[in-house]
Design a protein around this ligand. Structure first.
Ligand SMILES: Cc1ncc(COP(=O)(O)O)c(C=O)c1O
Length: 406
């Protein structure tokens, strides 16, 4: 028996489903997950010594590749001086400045330890500032496992067909209105009908958790206009897109500014981190200045901030994104040519270094069209790739990532 199989058998005795995050379990594609021992550049090695070209890249954070020497050095240096103090540190100031340099819409930013925490806190802030309780989200967008947002959610929830998680009070779920992405008529209808009850509209500006979906031309601009018109806080969840599709995320790429922005993944360069930020007058409602409480023992953790600072510094290098784009496009051209050559009924959605190969005829523009994909066929595709040493997302409704190291 392979070591991964032994370990998974063992893990299931101690850890629910054998994993600490559901999509790792290969449930959507079948089989036993690979236990990974090490990563370097674009590759990972499992405990049986097999090498894979990695397109999951820890689900997005590793835009520089695995074990980038500068990042590792910075983290090791920091570790020598201690790993947590529960006091302010220089790192936090430096990282906050870097975030602000990337996102002009952010005047103040608070660091947390995961994307989930960032979103949860941003929602609380929006509710606290406006005194309103309802929130609007998009079907198939995933914002971490925040109670209010596990309604028609993407990622693992989409993979497992869970419309809304058990354990979420009905009263809370009722405050969430979920609408299709890319449809501004429905958005306007909802905003009009519930004016003065809605605290915020939160979306992934470019959804990555039902697979990659691109905004229709003018969609994000219209979202901005409507949220202003109806006086609703606009939250962009840029946990995936931030520092990925451009240094300044979707806001830079599409020239649309959010009121609040959530970040994570690349921000920590592979260590646990999250952040949310926005205009001063909103952010100053947070404790200790204001009355919206938010806190964290390990928030702004020295190792995570050091890793983030080093990662963002690399990304600021001239031409980083052009080079990543060039590399990614060369790969997409190859994929496109094969799709055409064999007349495959698949649709390649992509932006920058993010892509999803949907096993359905296009266009795939929202959760409904994404769900047309043939997931059984995807599972076969996944296992053929895995056997040939290529590791893509173990679910149809996820994004694959290309790094600088590919
Ligand atoms: C868009 C988006 N928001 C939030 C999250 C939650 O982040 P975390 O898993 O760090 O809690 C994710 C995670 O995949 C995400 O893709």
């Amino acid at each position: 028996m392979k070591r991964s199989e032994q370990l998974f058998r063992e893990a299931r005795k101690h850890i629910p489903g054998g994993v600490n995050s559901p999509v790792r379990a290969f449930k959507a594609v079948g089989g036993v997950p690979k236990f990974i021992r090490k990563g370097k550049g674009a590759y990972i090695w499992d405990v049986d010594g097999k090498r894979y070209l990695d397109f999951v890249m820890s689900w997005g954070p590793l835009v520089l590749g695995h074990a980038h020497p500068n990042v590792i050095r910075a983290v090791a240096d920091q570790a020598k001086n201690g790993t947590s103090f529960g006091t302010p540190t220089e790192n936090e100031v430096e990282l906050a400045e870097l975030v602000k340099s990337a996102f002009p819409s952010i005047e103040k930013v608070r660091l947390v330890s995961s994307g989930t925490e960032a979103v949860m806190s941003a929602i609380r802030l929006a509710r606290g500032v406006t005194g309103r309780e309802k929130i609007v989200k998009c079907d198939g967008c995933y914002h971490g496992h925040v109670d209010s947002l596990l309604v028609q959610a993407g990622s693992g929830a989409a993979t497992f067909g869970i419309a809304s998680s058990k354990g979420i009070p009905e009263a809370l779920a009722k405050l969430t209105i979920s609408i299709p992405y890319n449809d501004t008529d429905i958005l306007e209808g909802v905003l009009k009908r519930h004016a003065r009850e809605i605290a915020c509209f939160i979306l992934e500006p470019v959804p990555a958790n039902m697979g990659v979906i691109l905004p229709k031309r003018g969609y994000l601009e219209k979202v901005r206009t409507l949220t202003r018109k109806y006086d609703v806080i606009l939250i962009f969840d840029e946990v995936v897109t931030g520092f990925r599709i451009a240094f300044g995320g979707a806001q830079e790429k599409f020239g649309v500014e959010a009121d609040l922005t959530c970040l994570g993944k690349i921000l920590g360069g592979g260590l646990p981190i999250g952040a949310f930020g926005g205009r001063k007058e909103l952010m100053d409602h947070l404790a200790p200045e204001g009355k919206v409480y938010q806190a964290g023992t390990l928030s702004g953790n020295p190792l995570a901030t050091r890793s983030g600072i080093e990662t963002l510094k690399q990304l600021r290098n001239k031409n980083f994104y052009q080079e990543l784009e060039r590399k990614s496009c060369a790969f997409y051209e190859l994929l496109d040519s094969q799709i055409e050559k064999y007349s495959l009924p698949v649709t390649l959605n992509r932006i920058g270094s993010c892509f999803t190969l949907f096993f359905t005829e296009g266009p795939v523009t929202d959760f409904r069209s994404a769900k047309r994909a043939d997931t059984k066929r995807y599972a076969r595709f996944f296992h053929r790739l895995l056997a040939s040493g290529i590791y893509v997302a173990p679910s149809q409704f996820e994004t694959n990532f290309i790094s600088e190291a590919h």
